[in-house]
Write a protein that binds this ligand. Structure first.
Ligand code: AMP
Ligand code: ZN
Length: 115
């Protein structure tokens, strides 16, 4: 884990310095609506602490479990049984914000493989 990054968009969202639409929160996680939704449900679940990507997060077993628990809790809250969880890791696969975030998408059929 790194210290909060003053230039990190999602650290600012977690701190309430940039507005977001909260959909779920607990001691370790914060979840908010994606501003460019790719499905009827498209939220981002982020650790409150700053990690750069899921590989960085995975070095911390407790924080990793807490983020997955947040995904599960959000899905349970919404009654979602079918949903897709995506972690983009690296620019080549589309990561644009370097604060670990789980995309949780639901509400339409999805194809595989992803584009
Ligand atoms: P990624 O491309 O995997 O890094 O995902 C970053 C996601 O953050 C994209 O789906 C964006 O639409 C979303 N995003 C960017 N800025 C904001 C914001 N201020 N509030 C909510 N979602 C955002
Ligand atoms: Zn951050």
């Amino acid at each position: 884990m790194s210290a909060p990054d003053p230039d990190c968009l999602f650290c600012k969202i977690v701190a309430g310095e940039i507005p977001s639409t909260q959909v779920y929160a607990d001691d370790d996680c914060y979840a908010f609506a994606d501003t460019n939704p790719q499905a009827p449900t498209h939220v981002l679940v982020v650790p409150r602490a700053h990690f750069t990507d899921v590989a960085d997060l995975a070095r911390d077993a407790k924080a990793s479990a807490a983020l997955l628990a947040g995904v599960r809790a959000f899905a349970a809250q919404e009654g979602l049984t079918d949903f897709r969880t995506v972690f983009n890791t690296g620019r080549e696969v589309g990561q644009t914000v370097f604060h670990t975030h789980a995309h949780v998408l639901a509400g339409r059929p999805f194809t595989w493989p992803p584009g």
